[in-house]
Design a binder for this molecule. Structure first.
Ligand code: PAF
Length: 281
C-alpha cells in the first residue's frame, strides 16, 4: 500500500494506471474510518482494479464554530484498516497542498445546498463540492463511493458531476448501522455513555415515520409531529430539523405520493448527528 502526499504524484500515478487500461475506485474520507467507510472500501475493492482512499480533514467544509481542531485523526489506525481491506493507495495531502496560499476557486451547487443541513451549515457544501471536485481531478477515478448516510452530500455531488461533465460514476452505498440502529459516524465517538444510549432515538424516529407511511399516512406535518414527540422523550436531544423531501431536488413534500427522503439532524448533548431513510409509500 502506497501513501501519497503530493497531488502531482497522485495524478502521475493515476495517469500510469489509466494507460494500462485499469480502473480506479476512489473513496473520499476525512479519516477516523469506521464500518461505514469500510463498506465503501469493500465495494470499491470489488468494482475496481485499484482502490484509492483519500484521507483529508477538509477545513473549507467546517465553519469557524465547528469541530475542525477536535475532529479525530487516528491516522495509524486508519492505515491499518486500509491495508487490511486491500487498499492500494492512501492519498493523504496536507492542507497547504490542497489549498495553497492565495487559493481562490470554489464550486457551489446552488439551491440544493440551501436546504436541510445547508440551512444550518452555510458554506459547508461549497467546501465539500470544492474538495471533492479537486479529488476527482487529482485521482481521475472511474468510480467514486459515498454513503447514503450523507444523503444531501451524495445528491449534491451527483448534481455537480452531471453539471460539470466530470467523468466519474458516483456510487451510493447503504448506511451502516450499529446493532441498535444508530448510523455509524466518526462523531459517535464524542457521545458519552448516556448520550450513546439516547442517540438511538434518531433511527427509531425514522423507523416510526417509515411505518406510518407504509400504513397509509400521507401527511408529512403529522408524521413529523410524531417523530418530534418521540425524539423529545430523550433529555439530551435537541432537534435541528426533521424534513420529508423529494429524493431528487430535496424540495419539501407535504403530501406523500411517491418515494421520499426523511432526513433529520439532532444534537445529542453537544454532538450533532444526522440520519435519513428513503420510503416508498
Ligand atoms: O463525507 C465526508 O467524509 C466528506 O464530506 C468528504 C466527502 C470526504 C469531503 O471532505
Amino acid at each position: 500500500m502506497k501513501i501519497i502526499h503530493k497531488p502531482r504524484i497522485m495524478s502521475g500515478l493515476s495517469c500510469k494506471i489509466k494507460m494500462q487500461h485499469k480502473t480506479i475506485g476512489l473513496v473520499p474520507t476525512m479519516g477516523a474510518l469506521h464500518e461505514g467507510h469500510l463498506s465503501l472500501i469493500r465495494r470499491a475493492r470489488k468494482d475496481n482494479d485499484y482502490v484509492v482512499v483519500s484521507i483529508f480533514v477538509n477545513p473549507t467544509q467546517f465553519s469557524p464554530k465547528e469541530d475542525l481542531k477536535k475532529y479525530p485523526r487516528p491516522l495509524k489506525q486508519d492505515m491499518r484498516l486500509c491495508k487490511k481491506e486491500g487498499v492500494d493507495i492512501i492519498f493523504y495531502p496536507s492542507v497547504e497542498m490542497m489549498y495553497p496560499k492565495d487559493y481562490k476557486t470554489y464550486i457551489k451547487v446552488s439551491k440544493l445546498d440551501e436546504v436541510l443541513c445547508g440551512k444550518f451549515r452555510p458554506g459547508h457544501f461549497q467546501g465539500v463540492t470544492t474538495v471533492v471536485a479537486k479529488l476527482f481531478n487529482i485521482v481521475s477515478a472511474d468510480n467514486a463511493y459515498f454513503g447514503q448516510k450523507d444523503a444531501q452530500q451524495a445528491i449534491i455531488i451527483q448534481k455537480m458531476v452531471i453539471d460539470l461533465n466530470i467523468p466519474v460514476r458516483i456510487k451510493i452505498t447503504p448506511t451502516v448501522r450499529e446493532k441498535d440502529g444508530l448510523a455509524m459516524s466518526s462523531r459517535n465517538a464524542y457521545l458519552n455513555q448516556k448520550e450513546r444510549k439516547e442517540a438511538v432515538v434518531l433511527y427509531q424516529a425514522l423507523k416510526l415515520a417509515g411505518r406510518l407511511i407504509k400504513q397509509g399516512n400521507k401527511n408529512s406535518a403529522d408524521i413529523i409531529k410524531r417523530m418530534q414527540y418521540l425524539i423529545l422523550t430523550k433529555k439530551s436531544a435537541k432537534i435541528q430539523y426533521l424534513a420529508i423531501v423529494d429524493t431528487q431536488d430535496l424540495r419539501l413534500v407535504s403530501r406523500i405520493k411517491e418515494k421520499i427522503l426523511i432526513a433529520l439532524a439532532v444534537s445529542i448533548g453537544k454532538t450533532r448527528l444526522i440520519d435519513n431513510i428513503t420510503v416508498v409509500p
